[in-house]
Design a protein around this ligand. Sequence first.
Ligand code: ATP
Ligand code: MG
Length: 402
Amino acid sequence: MYPDIMLVRFGELTLKGRNRKKFEQSVTKQIQRLLSEHEEITYSSEFGRLYIENVKNCYEHVSEVLQKVFGIRSYSPAYTTDNEVQAIQNLALSIFRAQAKAPETFKVSVRRANKKFPHDSHQMNYLVGGHVLDETPNLKVDVHHPEINIRVEIRETKSLLYSEVIPGTGGFPLGTNGKGMLLLSGGIDSPVAGWFAMRKGLAIEAVHFHSYPYTSERAKQKVIDLTRKLSEYAGEIKLHLVPFTEIQTRLHEAHKGNFMITFMRRAMYRIAERLAEQNGAGALVTGESLGQVASQTLASMNAIGRVVNLPIIQPLITMDKTEIIRIAEKIDTYETSILPYDDCCTLFLPKSPATNPNLNVVFHIEETFDFLPELIEEAIRGTETLVVKPQSEAAEETMHLF
Ligand code: ATP
Ligand code: MG
């Protein structure tokens, strides 16, 4: 039994008036873009909900897309029939019988939007519920905690029935809260941080620091692949690949102590901030989680964060690793993240990185690195920028080449 309509409820309950309208339009546009290949689909909206119609033949793709669009509170696969009592009764029974495990309790909730329909919602509850009961031995009505609630909406020309309410991803429509520059390593955390930033309505660009030839081509490809995974949610993402070898080598020559990571990160943040400003991004987004490693203590984050003026968004800061991994799996970045190619920071690591770097000492030592400003300029000049597209669109592009 395939549904023919998908009913979509928008998220973010706090929005009012014109903002709400804009929110709904952005979500709808994003859904339409991702489903544009299905010409048979039509759209309508009513009571602040979106109806995606004629989805019988592409139902699975529609479900997949709805999980990827931000700003959706929930959705329901729905079935339509004529505005006739018997047709509604039969469809309700079919929905009931299509459940994988036969429910022992149920209820029917009818909403009559079409006031010309000859029975009111109370009578219809009775007529539809009665029919399901008559046809199912031992079934009971439970109005408070039914195992299945068959909802019936009697609309102008058709009736709509459904029982499932599937949670959406929530958040704000993509790009409605500005743009962030995501510092994307090849690890587990930063792609998840990027996804959270996008869910909150930030468009993202990504910046990755590589230390070729100490890091391999495959490490770079891994970051491109991660960006591609994220682009499934964003349409396309600009990825800035920054050559970091020279900076890392020179820092390592100049400082053999425990602050190496602090200096490296500060250099990264400085470059990322410059790229953010050049590309209209109003924040940096990173994947730190408090206490996870030496550079992610409050003292370290303080010493690192002070080097820039833009806000630094760290969506994972209070999350546990197991929670982060669960989301990495859900958004399909985990398998790529755990591929064993080094990112640049596993090179040149001190034996015991500072967990409590003293600000004055850090500033004082860094002042002696007079080579740094010019190397930072050089790294920015040497940055290569790619536009990374989702798998399906990327495949099409290569096809056009031949
Ligand atoms: P991740 O899993 O994202 O690599 P991590 O737990 O390994 O995070 P760190 O290595 O301390 O943490 O890095 C902290 C953050 O700094 C990363 O989440 C990422 O945002 C940024 N970062 C680290 N290395 C790079 C890099 N080579 N290029 C871009 N950003 C980086
Ligand atoms: Mg890492």
